[in-house]
Design a binder for this molecule. Structure first.
Ligand code: ZN
Length: 427
């Protein structure tokens, strides 16, 4: 018996120690010890081996454009949208594609191997969509992209958004997007949710709306999304992104809403880094955090994803494609400090995000796609604490990224020569 690749001495997210054998692009065996020939062996040396990171909410058409043509001085969502409106006419096919490919390189280096990106369809040229359809094809051997047809300026508020969004779906966009809270009226927002859900149902597509990304507690488009998901049979294929208004909603109303979300299998995608900087900008003190009610949703059995949303673009001046940063922020803002909750945060940026996107073949199991990450950490909690280095990244059977372990050399008499900040908990 011979394999193409064996990753030895890894610690799986559930704590088991195992060797993982890979043949072609599939996981062939996971055993405590695999004694067999292999084209290549990677020794994980007792480090965490996890399935790859997944990002269910991103904007790849805008990424790495920070400062073009200017920065977002107020830091608000609305200035970001206005700024993106200034940048849009300046976009070229080549520039969008180049920035997207650069970001995909960053993603791979971080073990981030599947990304759902919204693509703005409020541009009669659909230039960004064309560029990202090409990028999707080019990176497919190592990174899975899902494209959302996203009418950034409003399905009805923008004069040609509706026809362009439908055209984008005809051209190959995978998911139906929308932005009900940005339409001119609550009623237009409600109608947009209904029409977009009908489009998704008719085409057998998933739907993922930017939904209630506002501090206004009366922004309740999630209610309509839940209703239409039930009515049209979109259960398990329907996502509400952001849902930040829920942070400010009345508790009684939320106690009615959450069970309905669970019943309709509408999942939520929070974007902790972005929500914590964009929301609450009109508050003095106390300042609201703006992230949706993650621990409460989990308690009701609602599936929750965490997205990166933005990296160096009109809305966010930082970011580097590290989903552990996202988990770290989500954990803090949600006050999810119990060990079970911290482990859940790691699950969210891996398995749960994959489930939100309905990814096929995902997971560290025999027969699944051979994609994994070796992290310089003992376990999933420590991976979040250290935002651990990715020692090796395997995608579809190929080692696509690797780096040396980087212990810091100490020059302290009487102290150890190296320190890596890994910590084994006392029993
Ligand atoms: Zn977004």
């Amino acid at each position: 018996m011979s394999f193409d690749l064996i990753v030895k001495n890894g610690v799986l997210p559930d704590g088991r120690t195992a060797d993982i054998a890979i043949s072609g692009d599939k996981i062939a065996a996971i055993e405590p010890k695999i004694e067999a020939e292999a084209g290549r062996v990677i020794d994980a040396e007792g480090s965490l081996v996890s399935p790859p990171f997944v990002d269910p909410h991103f904007h790849m058409d805008a990424t790495l454009s920070y400062g073009i043509p200017r920065i977002n001085a107020s830091g608000t969502l609305l200035e970001g949208i206005a700024l993106w409106g200034e940048l849009k006419p300046l976009l070229t096919h080549e520039a969008v594609k180049q920035r997207a490919l650069d970001y995909c390189d960053w993603a791979v280096s971080m073990g981030l191997l599947a990304i759902r990106t919204h693509v703005d369809t409020c541009d009669d040229r659909l230039l960004a969509l064309e560029a990202l359809l090409e990028v999707k094809k080019e990176v497919a051997p190592y990174l899975d992209l899902q494209l959302v047809a996203f009418p950034q300026d409003g399905l009805y508020r923008d004069p040609t958004a509706r026809e362009n969004t439908i055209r984008a779906l005809d051209m190959g966009a995978d998911v139906v997007g929308g932005i009900p809270h940005f339409e001119r009226t609550m009623e237009d927002g409600r109608r947009s949710v209904t029409e977009l859900c009908e489009i998704a149902a008719a085409r057998g597509k998933m739907i993922d709306l930017h939904c209630d990304e506002t501090d206004d507690p009366m922004s309740r488009h999630i209610e309509q999304l839940v209703y239409e998901t039930q009515r049209l049979g979109l259960q398990g294929r329907s996502n509400g992104s952001h849902l930040t208004s829920m942070h400010s909603m009345d508790n009684y109303y939320v106690s009615k809403l959450l069970p309905m979300m669970a019943e309709a299998q509408v999942s939520a995608i929070a974007n902790p880094l972005i929500n914590i900087v964009i929301q609450g900008r009109h508050d003095t003190y106390p300042k609201r955090r703006g992230m949706t009610r993650v621990p409460e949703m989990l308690k009701y059995g609602i599936r929750v994803g965490f997205g990166q949303d933005c990296v160096l673009d009109p809305w966010y001046s930082l970011g580097n494609g590290d989903m552990l940063d996202v988990a770290f922020m989500g954990l803090h803002v949600g006050q999810m400090t119990h060990p079970d909750d911290m482990r859940k945060c790691f699950d969210i940026v891996t398995r749960e995000n994959a489930a939100v996107m309905n990814l096929e073949g995902y997971g560290l199991e025999v027969g699944k796609t051979a994609s994994l990450v070796v992290l310089d950490a003992n376990d999933t909690i420590e991976a979040i604490r250290l935002r651990a280095e990715r020692i090796a990244v395997v995608s579809k059977g190929n080692v696509v990224a690797e780096r040396p372990r980087r212990d810091t050399k100490l020059n302290l008499p009487g102290r150890p020569v190296h320190v890596n900040r890994r910590h084994t908990m006392p029993n």
